[in-house]
Design a protein around this ligand. Structure first.
Ligand SMILES: Cc1cc2nc3c(=O)[nH]c(=O)nc-3n(C[C@H](O)[C@H](O)[C@H](O)COP(=O)(O)OP(=O)(O)OC[C@H]3O[C@@H](n4cnc5c(N)ncnc54)[C@H](O)[C@@H]3O)c2cc1C
Length: 462
């Protein structure tokens, strides 16, 4: 359900330009180009009518009221690092860019931080660190993605296996609704059950229910220095069994997997000496204190050995540990040098991780396309990266088939089509396969109640 393109003869964009601070509205087609795509590079991205670079909640209200009055589609946009086409433009839309909304204020007394949506995740972490506090959610893109985008996608990351995902840290939001009303939800309170859980409703809503303009986040005490274990395996099965055996017994603060193709792509870039011959590598961290941390690493070592690990390296040196995490974080960018990518984000219950990985290998062989694998393995959340030559129509078609088959496989294993990147535009086709008809109908009911004209992020998710 979404709005028809607005009749552009029925309004004058100059009225919006005049209603907003100088320089707030961009209509130059060349300048708007960088606002058309996110990192999914959706080939169907449209041409915006204007990019509105908002500075305040009131600016967003002005833009939304103008859009509502004239039936203009609106695409909210953070930093454009999304991987599902959720922020790709549609024809004749207003892109509402939050890049100028950068205020940030830490309150150490309540252990909360109030941020505007354009602040980068890394900037939230840095501001919290000044007070000995920590904002845990850490997508691999944390240095380049906005906190508003994180809230809108309910972003995950590497430490989420122990510390939870974005929603676990959102205490309050200000949201501008489709008719321009600004509503304040929640606040710096650790417990609050008055009314429906509306904060949770907007977390992960991918710009389809409102524009988030102010966020209250929970902070926790700084993380202890972590010990790192890197284990190499002769097969993916050995690595996934290790993941299962670890998560049955303990909660490491990181449990990531890279397959051979990912290791090689990263090694091509970094030349850091990763073993190119192994089939899989696990990067595990424990941030338990002193003896407890040492005991946890010893236990993980024993589990990895039982599962035929060929090499196990451990270190307490934070810089050495960080070098492996940097390697892990750069898998997507390293794979981008190999060709065009279709990025998956399927997740399964952890006991099904082995079956998922085996199934993905079979799809790769059947469709004759390279599928590299990197995973937040401890969460059962994998990122199969389908590599293809976009100039080769046959290979592109096979890559598209593999893309759908991986989601179908995940659903068959009791999993989800997206663990953290969102449905966006690229996965919308598969949402009805995942949700029950009743759940899908409820999604539509909520969307229609909040956005009866269907102007918010049309074509995304629903
Ligand atoms: C190299 C790389 C690694 C990545 N690793 C991870 C990872 O480990 N975990 C993970 O979860 N993601 C990861 N991502 C994906 C991406 O960074 C996240 O989805 C991130 O949360 C998007 O933030 P953004 O500011 O770029 O949002 P955008 O891409 O601009 O937007 C994403 C969605 O949020 C909506 N939106 C943005 N701002 C607002 C707002 N203020 N109000 C309402 N809706 C809004 C948009 O409409 C869109 O639907 C990675 C991306 C890259 C490129």
């Amino acid at each position: 359900m979404h709005a028809e393109p607005a009749d552009q003869t029925s309004f004058d964009i100059a009225d919006l330009v005049a209603a907003l601070p100088e320089g707030g509205v961009v209509t130059d087609q060349t300048k708007m180009d960088s606002y058309r795509w996110d990192r999914a590079n959706d080939p169907d991205a449209g041409l915006p009518l204007a990019v509105v670079r908002v500075g305040t909640t009131e600016d967003v209200q002005v833009a939304m009221r103008f859009a509502a009055e004239h039936g203009i589609p609106v695409v909210p946009r953070g930093a454009g690092t999304g991987l599902s086409g959720g922020a790709s433009a549609v024809d004749g839309c207003l892109v509402i860019s939050t890049e100028r909304m950068r205020a940030i204020e830490v309150d150490p007394a309540t252990r909360a931080v109030v941020v505007e949506p354009g602040v980068l995740n890394a900037e939230v972490k840095a501001a919290a660190a000044e007070y000995g506090l920590w904002y845990p959610p850490d997508p691999s893109s944390f240095e380049i993605c906005s906190i508003g985008g994180n809230i809108a996608t309910n972003a995950g990351g590497l430490c989420c296996v122990k510390y939870g995902v974005t929603t676990d840290y959102v205490l309050g939001l200000t949201v501008v609704l489709a008719d321009g009303t600004a509503v304040e939800l929640g606040g710096p309170r650790l417990k609050d059950v008055a009314g429906l859980s509306l904060v949770k409703l907007f977390v992960g809503s991918e710009g389809t229910l409102g524009v988030i303009t102010r966020i209250v986040l929970r902070l926790i005490p700084a993380q202890r220095a972590a010990s790192t274990l890197v284990a190499s395996f002769p097969s993916l099965d050995d690595a996934t069994q290790t993941v299962l055996d670890i998560t049955r017994q303990m909660r490491p603060s990181m449990l990531e997997l890279m397959d051979k193709a990912s290791i090689n792509a990263v090694e091509d870039v970094t030349k850091m000496g990763l073993d190119r011959t192994v089939e899989a590598m696990l990067i595990v961290q424990s941030d338990e204190a002193d003896a407890a941390g040492a005991a946890e690493i010893a236990e993980i070592t024993a589990i990895a050995e039982l599962n035929r690990a060929t090499d196990i390296f451990t270190t307490d040196d934070p810089d050495t540990g960080e070098s492996f995490i940097v390697a892990r974080r750069m898998v997507i960018t390293a794979m981008e040098t190999k060709g065009s990518l279709l990025l998956e984000d399927v997740g399964v219950p952890v006991p099904e991780l082995g079956a998922l990985v085996r199934g993905i290998t079979a799809i790769s062989e059947n469709r004759d396309v390279v599928i590299a694998l990197v995973a937040h393995a401890g969460d059962g959340n994998t990122h199969p990266l389908i590599v293809f030559d976009a100039t080769n129509s046959d290979e592109s078609a096979r890559a598209q088939l593999a893309y759908g088959e991986i989601m179908e496989l995940a659903i068959a294993l009791g999993g989800t089509i997206t663990g953290e990147h969102g449905v966006g535009r690229l996965k919308k086709r598969w949402l009805p396969d995942y949700l029950s008809p009743e759940a899908l109908a409820l999604n539509h009911t909520i969307k229609t109640a909040l956005d009866p004209q269907g102007i918010l992020n049309p074509g995304a998710v629903l």
